[in-house]
Design a protein around this ligand. Sequence first.
Ligand code: SF4
Ligand code: SF4
Length: 140
Amino acid sequence: MPITLRLTPANGQEAAARRELTDFVERTSGQTLAACYQCAKCAAGCPLAAAMDLAPQQIIRALQLGQPDLALPSQTLWLCVGCQTCATRCPCNVELPRIMDALRLWAETRGRSASMMRGSSTLQGQRVAQVWQPTHNQSV
Ligand code: SF4
Ligand code: SF4
C-alpha cells in the first residue's frame, strides 16, 4: 500500500534541529542521503517491508526533505534486522542499514530530539515527544 509523506513546515529553530539530525545521520553512517534516487529496489528485496509503516527508501526520503519527524517515529527503524539485502541491491551503493543504525543511535541517545518533536505539528512528532519525555531527553 503506498504511503504519502506529508511535509510539515519548520520555523528557524525546528529547521536547525532537523538539519542537526540529518547531519548526524550522514556523519555517523558515512552515507550521503542525496545519493538515493528513490528507485525502491531496496524495498523490493527487504524481507520485512510488508510489516513496515514506511518503506526503507521512504525513511531516506523523509531525511532528504528535512522531515526526520516523519522518520523517527516509524516502526521501520526497529523492524530492520540489518540483513544487508537492501545494500546489496542498491544501484547507488547506499548502505541503508547504516542509516537505520544511525537513526536508532540518535533515538536512543538523543531522545529523538525532543525539543524538535515538541514543536512538531505532526501527530507522529507529538507522539514521540510524549513517549520520549522525560527519560530520554539527555544529550550526549
Ligand atoms: S535501492 Fe538505493 S537508490 Fe534505490 S531507493 Fe533504495 S537506497 Fe535509494
Ligand atoms: S537491512 Fe533492514 S531495510 Fe535493508 S533489507 Fe534488511 S531488513 Fe530491510
